[in-house]
Design a protein around this ligand. Structure first.
Ligand code: PLP
Length: 365
């Protein structure tokens, strides 16, 4: 299926016409034109609003994973200690990534259906392990959960941990993110989730402390952050930037900030609440544990056992609905409705839910 009649995959999401239009131009050479630098900084400003920060936001060509790797590679040297909080596929994945570049990693792992609540284990680990960086995921997309970050940020700040790394790829824009208030040094985002642009741009906020660590590691590479620190002074980007992608991201960010971010948060909360209520009502079992915080951007539920994932997915697709499966140990067992960005839309969601009731409801009941 090349295009989806009823797209409900939790990223990449359906790209609205206005954002597609932002590509439709024969742009000049971005390295030569002042207009590109102005577009870059304008996009940065809107992303700062979405992330709740005054910190610089670096924008790269790529998608979300690029920002995740970029922040680790530029800020860590082999042997640096990293405390990874893992409540799902991405949290455990980030711990593995940090390990692969030589960091000494200590993981505080919860079950995939849980979210961060009691911080005493983190506080103990911070005290005994003295990490340089704490890593955490805000929305664990494969689980449909949202880890509260405020308390963790306070703990990190009070304990004097140098860096807090937070994956906000599937929360930014759909859920309040407060990078400065939560003391996040590196907040990582991508274009294809709540922003609803194609999967072509990655972005990350970088605190002053993070910039000093970047200077200290001296990391050099295609994904290095250092060249982005003084773009004006250097007068050039480290590689040819992607004008079309930046234009799409700029339009996408403004679509969220122009009506006020509260409007987007309200739309996501409403869609999520309706989705959870309807799915539970049709006898589908939601995946997150009852005490966990469900994400306003994505709902995860168990695949109805009598049908199984392959047949379930095929039946939904025959009716035009495409949902997400899941990853890791949740693959084939859990499916997800991505009501994020352009898909946090009550009409679209209503269509998806009626197909779901037709296919899954009876089998689950
Ligand atoms: C989507 C996503 C990413 C980035 O993955 P992509 O390969 O860009 O899709 C990273 N973290 C989380 C939590 C995500 O949902």
């Amino acid at each position: 299926m090349e295009t989806y009649p009823i797209p409900m995959v939790p990223g990449p999401v359906q790209v609205p016409e206005e954002i597609l239009q932002a590509y439709q131009k024969n742009y000049g050479a971005p390295g030569l034109e002042e207009e590109f630098l102005a577009l870059y900084h304008d996009t940065e400003q809107h992303l700062q609003q979405i992330l709740g920060t005054q910190n610089r936001v670096v924008i790269q060509t790529g998608e979300g994973m690029l920002a995740l790797w970029t922040a680790l590679r530029s800020c860590l040297s082999p042997g640096d200690r990293v405390l990874s909080i893992a409540t799902g596929v991405f949290g455990y994945g980030i711990a593995g990534m940090a390990e692969s570049i030589g960091a000494e990693v200590n993981t505080i792992g919860l079950e995939y259906d849980e979210t961060l609540a009691d911080l005493s284990a983190v506080a103990d680990a911070v005290e005994s392990f003295r990490p340089k960086m704490i890593t955490v995921v805000h929305c664990e997309t494969p689980s449909g959960t949202l880890n509260p970050l405020e308390g963790l940020g306070r703990l990190k700040h009070d304990a004097g941990v140098p860096l807090l790394y937070a994956d906000v790829v599937s929360s930014a824009g759909g859920v309040p993110v407060a990078v400065d208030a939560w003391h996040v040094d590196l907040a990582l985002g991508g274009s294809q989730k709540c922003l609803s642009a194609p999967p072509c741009m990655a972005f990350l906020s970088v605190s002053d402390r993070a910039w000093s660590e970047i200077a200290r590691t001296g990391y050099v590479g295609y994904d290095a952050l250092a060249p982005f620190r003084n773009l004006e002074a250097a007068g050039r980007f480290p590689y040819t930037p992607y004008w079309h992608g930046m234009s799409a991201l700029n339009t996408a960010a403004k679509r969220l900030t122009a009506p006020g971010l509260e409007e987007s948060f309200r739309r996501h909360a409403e869609a999520a609440e309706h989705c959870r209520k309807e799915m539970a009502g049709m006898g589908l079992a939601l995946f997150p544990a009852p005490e966990a915080v469900p994400s306003p951007t994505v709902t995860a539920a168990w695949v109805p056992e009598p049908i199984g994932w392959t047949e379930f997915d095929a039946r939904l697709r025959r009716r035009g609905l495409v949902v997400g499966g899941s990853h890791g140990k949740l693959a084939r067992r859990v499916f997800r409705i991505g009501h994020m960005g352009s898909q946090a839309d009550m009409d679209l969601l209503g269509k998806a839910l009626s197909i779901l009731a037709e296919v899954g409801g009876s089998a689950a009941a």
